[in-house]
Each structure stands twice: as structure tokens, then as C-alpha cells.
Design a protein around this ligand. Structure first.
Ligand SMILES: Cc1cc2nc3c(=O)[nH]c(=O)nc-3n(C[C@H](O)[C@H](O)[C@H](O)COP(=O)(O)OP(=O)(O)OC[C@H]3O[C@@H](n4cnc5c(N)ncnc54)[C@H](O)[C@@H]3O)c2cc1C
Length: 412
């Protein structure tokens, strides 16, 4: 099998534009955006300046034709391949604000993918259209506090049919993006089948509008003591929440079918951005190492710092190639069959980025873990990724099972 992991001409042109836009427009506004958070008194409320920054970036990106790249292999988007998108997402990973500027941010891309691929025309008109326009945002609610959610067959939030509605009861937490008041629609994994049904046919996905009566945001979950406002990872209680039965996606018992479709692209998009985050960390590391002196020499020339820089570059290159291979497999054999490749990069990318960010922090001395660089937030984001969209151990299980299948008739 030939494997072309290079960028196409059209992809390269888009990448140059995306990179220039991030350098010229996004990076200079990052610090100001973050300094605005909480100025209204509520950290989950947008100040006028935050809205202005985001909306200006979005309209400029859109006018420049840099919008909705993520919808790969679809007539509605750019029609990019996953490999082509990987190069763009990597650029977006360099800044916390960039993905949203191009309407390519998590969890919206995964959620839009679900509605586009599995939703009815009514779902598309009501929610996909404003999501594609960047007018609203969304959240994906699967994880629950009381069950080990890395095994999604444990999900217990119940949805019971009552006439034209489903009645939802239970709790979800770590609902990323649900703190953002612009997140108007939540895709919720619910249990519709009883325990007699096969394990992978007991669950469904349903669209729930923000502020439906009975939904209560209990608290933001803290990541190392930080609320990640205004995005937020919310703990939400559902008490007799009535949702129109038409909001069910694809049908009862088909939740796992959808999550396979959703999580493949969503996961690899995270990994592509991780590589961009590592690139930015290495850039910051090198700039610091060449502009600051100790013991009469630039930091770069002290101790083992050459080795540290070289190892970082080598690790990034290895991860990028693995990510591109997974993207290529998605393009050629499909998301489902490419799962073991996606799992490989899902383990490698955040781990690699964490190493590089950690070395960049070290090269900055105390400044490296302070508010004066973006490194702390990048580290939080990457550490989080070792859980979000499946913890490392579960992805290793997928890889090992695939490997062992070659040697046994039954998987172990
Ligand atoms: C910042 C952040 C954002 C998140 N955003 C979202 C979101 O938007 N929506 C959402 O639904 N969820 C989200 N999550 C939740 C995340 O997906 C879950 O934390 C993850 O799926 C693990 O579930 P759990 O926390 O219940 O861990 P458990 O299922 O309790 O697992 C705990 C640990 O057990 C071990 N383990 C589990 N399975 C295996 C195995 N097969 N082999 C070996 N060891 C194993 C692993 O070490 C694992 O980390 C987010 C999490 C974080 C931290």
C-alpha cells in the first residue's frame, strides 16, 4: 500500500493562510482575552471585549475563507481529507483561541459530525445550521460521577419514554464547554434499554437544549484547581427533564454506533492539536534558551540542553508521522477500521506534548509555570487529554487486542 502523508497543494496553501492568520491575528490577542475572564464578576459570562475579540476573529477568518475545515469527506465542508485537515489542526493547536476562530473547536466538531452524519433534517436545520455558522456552541455529555465511564456500557442516566417525550434522570460531569452560555445544545448519552438488552444496545443519544426545566448545573469541575472558564467542565443534574422524543438521534439502542462515529474524528483532532501545542512549546523553549544567559553563556549551551532540544524535536516528528498515518488510515479504510491507529496516536500525542511542555517550562525557570507564559494552560490541556475521549489504558487495550487477534482465535 502506498502511503502519501504529505500535504496537497491546496492543503499547503490553506495551511500557510491559517498559520499567518494565527501569527498575525490570534496570538497577539490571546493574553488580552484571558485577562478579561471574570471581569464581570461571573467567570462564565463573556465580557463585551471577549465577545468582540472572538467575533472579530471569526468574521475575519470566515471572510478569508478559513472556516469549517473539519468536516472531512463531506460535501458540506471543504471536502478535505483527514490528512489535509491534520496539517491545519496542528497549526490551530498552537493557540487556545485559534480553533474557535476557524469554527473548528472541540467539542463542537465532534458534535456537528454527529448531527451531520446521524441527525434528521429537523435536527440539522435547528442545530447544525447555527453550529456551522458559529452562532452557538455545544457540549457532549457522557461521563457520570457514579460509574466508571471509560466503559460506556456503565452509563446509567435514564431516559424513559412517556408519550411524545423522554424523561431524563441522573447526573453527568466533565461536560466540557457546558459552562459557556453560548452552548445551546447538548448531546447526551442515555440509557434507554433494560439490562436484558445486549450491552451495546442499551444506550442512545439524545439532543437536549440548554436550560430545559429540570437541568441544574451543580458546579464546574476543577482541573488542578482551575475552572477553565468560560468553557468549563460542568457537573449537571437531570431531574425529570422532559425532552421531545424527536430529539433522539438515529434510534433507541444506537448510542454506541454513534459514539464510534463521533469519537474517531474527535480524538484525532485533539491529537493533531497536541502536536501544534508541542511545536509552540518547543518554539518558546528555543527562544528562551537563546535569549537568556546564565554562567556567561546562553541557556541553550548549558548542561544537557542541546540534548533536550534535540529529543523534543525527535519526539514531535515521530508523533506527527504516527498522527498522519492514523489520518491516512481513516481516509483509506474508514474510521471504524482505523480505530487501533487512532488509539495509538491518542496515547502518544498528549504524552509527547506533556514532555515537551515540561521541558519548555523548565527552560523558563519559575516563569515557566507562571501566568507569564501560556505553558501552564497548555500543560493542563494535555494532561486532561490523557483522560478525555478515553483514558490511555483503554486505548492501549484497543491496540493490544488488535495485536493479539493475530495470534488467537478469540480476543482476550
Ligand atoms: C478536563 C476533562 C474534560 C472532559 N470532557 C468530557 C466531556 O466533554 N464529555 C464527557 O462525557 N466526558 C468528558 N471527560 C471525561 C473523560 O472522558 C473521562 O474521565 C474518561 O472517559 C474516564 O472515565 P472516568 O473518569 O469515569 O474514569 P474510570 O472509568 O473510573 O477509569 C479510571 C481509571 O481506570 C483505569 N482503567 C479504566 N479502564 C481500564 C482498562 N481497560 N485497562 C486498564 N486500566 C483501566 C485507567 O487508569 C483510568 O484512568 C473529561 C475529562 C476531563 C478530565
Amino acid at each position: 500500500m502506498t502511503m502519501d502523508l504529505g500535504n496537497s497543494k491546496r492543503g499547503q496553501e490553506l495551511r500557510d493562510k491559517v498559520r499567518a492568520f494565527i501569527d498575525d491575528r490570534v496570538l497577539p490577542l490571546e493574553e488580552e482575552y484571558h485577562s478579561e475572564i471574570g471581569k464581570n464578576g461571573d467567570r462564565f459570562e463573556f465580557t463585551a471585549r471577549m465577545t468582540e475579540i472572538l467575533e472579530t476573529l471569526k468574521s475575519e477568518a470566515r471572510e478569508a475563507g478559513l472556516w469549517n475545515f473539519w468536516l472531512t469527506d463531506s460535501e458540506r465542508g471543504y471536502g478535505l481529507s483527514t490528512v489535509e485537515y491534520a496539517y491545519l489542526a496542528e497549526e490551530m493547536g498552537r493557540s487556545h483561541l485559534a480553533a474557535e476562530a476557524f469554527n473548528c473547536s472541540a467539542p463542537d466538531t465532534g458534535n456537528m459530525e454527529v448531527i451531520e452524519r446521524y441527525g434528521t433534517q429537523a435536527h440539522k436545520d435547528k442545530w447544525l445550521a447555527p453550529l456551522l455558522e458559529g452562532k452557538i456552541r455545544s457540549a457532549y455529555l457522557m461521563t457520570e460521577p457514579d460509574v466508571a465511564s471509560s466503559d460506556a456500557t456503565n452509563i446509567s442516566l435514564s431516559a424513559v419514554r412517556d408519550g411524545d417525550t423522554y424523561v431524563l434522570n441522573g447526573e453527568k460531569y466533565w461536560a466540557s464547554g457546558a459552562g459557556d452560555p453560548r452552548a445551546k445544545i447538548f448531546i447526551v448519552m442515555v440509557k434507554t434499554g433494560d439490562d436484558d438488552a445486549p450491552r451495546h444496545q442499551r444506550h442512545s443519544m439524545i439532543l437536549v437544549e440548554r436550560d430545559t426545566p429540570g437541568m441544574e448545573i451543580l458546579r464546574p469541575m476543577m482541573v488542578f484547581g482551575h475552572d477553565d472558564a468560560p468553557h468549563g467542565h460542568m457537573h449537571i443534574r437531570f431531574t425529570d427533564v422532559r425532552v421531545p422524543a424527536d430529539n433522539l438521534i438515529l434510534g433507541e439502542g444506537r448510542g454506541f454506533e454513534i459514539s464510534q462515529g463521533r469519537l474517531g474524528p474527535g480524538r484525532i483532532h485533539h491529537c493533531m492539536r497536541s502536536i501544534g501545542a508541542a511545536e509552540r512549546a518547543l518554539e518558546l523553549l528555543c527562544k528562551r534558551a537563546t535569549t537568556r544567559e546564565a554562567f556567561g553563556r546562553p541557556l541553550a549551551k548549558l548542561g544537557a540542553n542541546y540534548d533536550i532540544i534535540a529529543e523534543a524535536r525527535i519526539e514531535i516528528e515521530m508523533a506527527r508521522l504516527l498522527c498522519l498515518k492514523a489520518a491516512h488510515m481513516m481516509d483509506t479504510i474508514g474510521t471504524q477500521a482505523a480505530q487501533p491507529y487512532i488509539s495509538q496516536i491518542k496515547v502518544v500525542a498528549p504524552r509527547m506534548a506533556l514532555n515537551v511542555i515540561d521541558e519548555a517550562m523548565q527552560m523558563h525557570g519559575g516563569t515557566g509555570i507562571s501566568q507569564d507564559t501560556p505553558l501552564w494552560a497548555m500543560w493542563h490541556g494535555q494532561r486532561t487529554l490523557r483522560f478525555a475521549d478515553g483514558p490511555d489504558a483503554v486505548h492501549r487495550m484497543v491496540v493490544a487486542r488488535t495485536e493479539l487477534k493475530k495470534y488467537r482465535s478469540n480476543s482476550v
